[in-house]
Design a protein around this ligand. Structure first.
Ligand code: G3P
Ligand code: CA
Length: 263
């Protein structure tokens, strides 16, 4: 509410649909990614896990339990087994206000299927999750990026693991990288830390919770992008934009779109 103003800063903010428009649809389904696109998300955010037979799938957790009707670890299941799971019904039960019968029976998408559906020029913001559990996942990601001729100008690869990002950087230095960060208390970053990150990454993605203006300014002035996660209310969106962030992850890309328009 209130009067917000769309400044030049507001207009350029990168709108990342976090797990798709996951506030409104079951995360990491094609339906959720499509909704993110419809709601003016610039990027689709995709978390990667790897199946027993080495296929990259879009899923946040190492276990299938939370977001499907199955149980167990992704790494203990083949893609065929993962494909038998219902990745939509849980959402209808947990969020009845946004429930939709079309979500029943949705499948877990492979990264390959996401590339096939959205094409080479879609903006993808892909996270290597648990890279220590999945040796070779960076190589497989790069293989698919190349096979589907994904435009590297509109691709970002993100990870909490600096090692995983450095592995990507060694495999293909043209891939743009974002170092994820997690603060449990007031966020502080040193010049030494910034310099180390700049060796391989073009940006950082910290949790927004403990950020402050000084932190944001320091990062931006160093030449790094800064995309905090996961920002789900307009007040916080406006605050972060005024501090100088260059984009953010949100489960509600429609809200960020409105904020960018000064609404
Ligand atoms: O990738 C940004 C943000 O999603 C990191 O946290 O746990 O939601 O993947 P998480
Ligand atoms: Ca993520």
């Amino acid at each position: 509410g209130g009067t917000a103003i769309a400044t030049e800063k507001h207009k350029e903010i990168v709108n990342v649909s976090h797990r798709g428009a996951s506030g409104y649809a079951p995360e990491h389904t094609i339906a959720s990614y499509e909704m993110g696109e419809k709601m003016h998300g610039d990027y689709i955010e995709i978390d990667l896990q790897m199946t027993k037979d080495g296929k990259l799938i879009a899923m946040h957790d190492e276990r299938v339990d939370r977001t499907t009707n199955g149980t167990g670890l992704v790494k203990d299941n083949t893609l065929d087994q993962i494909k038998q799971l219902d990745a939509g019904s849980w959402y209808n039960e947990k969020f009845p206000q946004y429930a939709n019968s079309e979500y029943v029976g949705l499948k877990v998408p492979t990264l390959e299927e996401v590339f096939q559906r959205f094409g080479k020029n879609k903006h993808y913001y892909i996270e290597t999750k648990s890279p220590e559990v999945y040796p070779g996942m960076e190589k497989e990601l790069l293989r698919l990026v190349n096979e589907y001729h994904i435009n590297k100008d509109t691709l970002l690869v993100q990870s909490f693991s600096a090692l995983s990002l450095k592995t990507m950087n060694n495999l293909d230095p043209s891939i743009k990288l974002v170092q994820l960060l997690s603060y449990k208390t007031n966020a502080v970053v040193t010049d030494v830390e910034i310099a180390a990150i700049k060796e391989y990454a073009m940006g950082v993605g910290p949790n927004h919770t403990y950020l402050n203006e000084e932190y944001v300014q320091k990062v931006v002035n160093s030449g790094l992008e800064i995309h905090p996660y996961t920002v789900n209310d307009k007040e916080t969106m406006n605050k972060l934009i005024n501090w100088g962030v260059t984009g953010m992850f949100t489960n509600f890309p429609d809200l960020l779109h409105e904020v960018k328009k000064g609404k």
